[in-house]
Design a protein around this ligand. Structure first.
Ligand code: NDP
Length: 329
């Protein structure tokens, strides 16, 4: 019998999450039955989507949703032998008994010198989001200029690097000078701290006076309202996230995008990474090759200790992370 810990959503978040919204629960797990496995979390992920999805996918008392890299420690299911690692939609739990639903074995030929935690970041859902946003939604082409915000985060840092690999000019924004320095190291062409620039409009104009063909939007709200008029005619916008809106108690209103969209004939498309799940294996192999060739850097912000998950989650929402926010058990 295994003693498992899990983090429960005690009550729905109102505004920014707080410690008292979470509760740590302990329980004895039953032995896995025929066809079931027992997995132990090694790395867990905290992601922005957990904030808006908590409203629509969860009830108070539910285990927090989330993905982890886990090791199979008992198995009555030949698809998941003992010792193998899986990416699992297990939620914020240290141990899970599963019939295999929501578990995916980590790529067969995962190299020894690449941390398995990358399966939650650059070589996982956020990395795939960056790739599909650029290739499938924006269909970005060499020579184009791309704007990306939350650029030092899990998705944004990969977006900028892939766009550079594809021969684009990349302009990125992030919320601290240290993040700006990191993005310069990664090869971004223009980077700025959106919290300290005197005028967002001016800095966008200076970074690309001729405008932007592509905008990978992770932030929404005010940033998007200022960025839209900077698009070139027939510009494309991939609406990936709206992190500036997730903690709002009252929805923000206008300026509305319509006139800019009409006059500049823009195309704006929202997307969810799961649309291209059928391509994931091939895509991950491509991205793993970039990592191994040193062309794609995947920085992580690692918090140690399962008990620190709520703090890591709230820290990520406030911008404490450079790269992917990970919890190491
Ligand atoms: P990040 O690693 O980028 O972490 C979130 C970052 O957002 C913080 O580090 C912070 O950086 C920034 N941020 C927080 N509040 C604000 C704000 N008010 N204005 C501007 N920036 C803010 O997270 P991810 O890379 O995992 O996710 C990035 C975006 O992509 C999110 O919106 C997320 O919901 C979305 N997403 C969408 C997917 C899809 O399928 N459509 C899949 C995965 C992610 P800073 O210091 O720069 O402010």
């Amino acid at each position: 019998m295994v003693q498992a810990k899990s983090w429960i959503l005690k009550q729905h978040f109102e505004g920014f999450p707080k410690d008292s919204d979470f509760e740590l629960k302990q329980e004895q797990l039953p032995e896995p039955k025929d066809g079931e496995v027992l997995v132990e979390a090694v790395f867990l992920s905290v992601d922005p989507y957990m904030r808006p999805y908590s409203r629509v996918r969860m009830q108070p008392g539910d285990v927090m949703i989330g993905t982890q890299v886990a090791k199979v420690i008992q198995s009555n299911n030949p698809a998941f032998p003992v010792g193998c690692h899986v990416v699992g939609q297990c939620g914020w739990r240290t141990h899970t008994v599963s019939d295999g639903t929501g578990l995916t074995v980590v790529l067969n030929d995962w190299p020894q010198d690449v941390s398995l935690s990358l399966a939650l970041g650059g070589l996982g859902m956020p990395g795939l989001t960056a790739l599909y946003g650029l290739e499938e939604v924006l269909a970005i082409k060499p020579g184009e200029t791309l704007l990306v915000n939350a650029a030092a985060g899990a998705v944004g840092s990969v977006v900028g690097q892939i766009a550079k690999l594809k021969g684009c000019k990349v302009v990125g924004s992030a919320g601290s000078d240290a993040k700006v320095a990191y993005l310069k190291e990664l090869g971004f062409d223009h980077v700025f701290n959106y919290k300290t620039v005197p005028s967002l409009e001016e800095v966008l104009k200076q970074a690309s006076p001729e405008g932007y063909e592509c905008f990978f939007d992770n932030v929404g709200g005010h940033f998007s309202s200022v960025a839209l008029p900077q698009m070139k005619r027939l510009g494309r916008i991939a609406v990936c996230g709206g992190i500036s809106l997730y903690n709002d108690e009252e929805p923000q209103t206008g300026p509305y995008p319509h006139l800019n969209m009409i006059f500049k004939e823009l195309r704006m498309e929202g997307f969810l990474v799961g649309r291209w799940a059928h391509k994931n294996e091939e895509s991950l192999k491509r991205m793993l090759a970039w990592v191994q060739e040193g062309k794609l850097k995947c920085r992580e912000h690692v918090t140690v200790g399962f008990e620190n998950m709520p703090a890591a989650f709230m820290g990520m929402l406030q911008g404490e992370n450079t790269g992917k926010a990970i919890i190491k058990v």
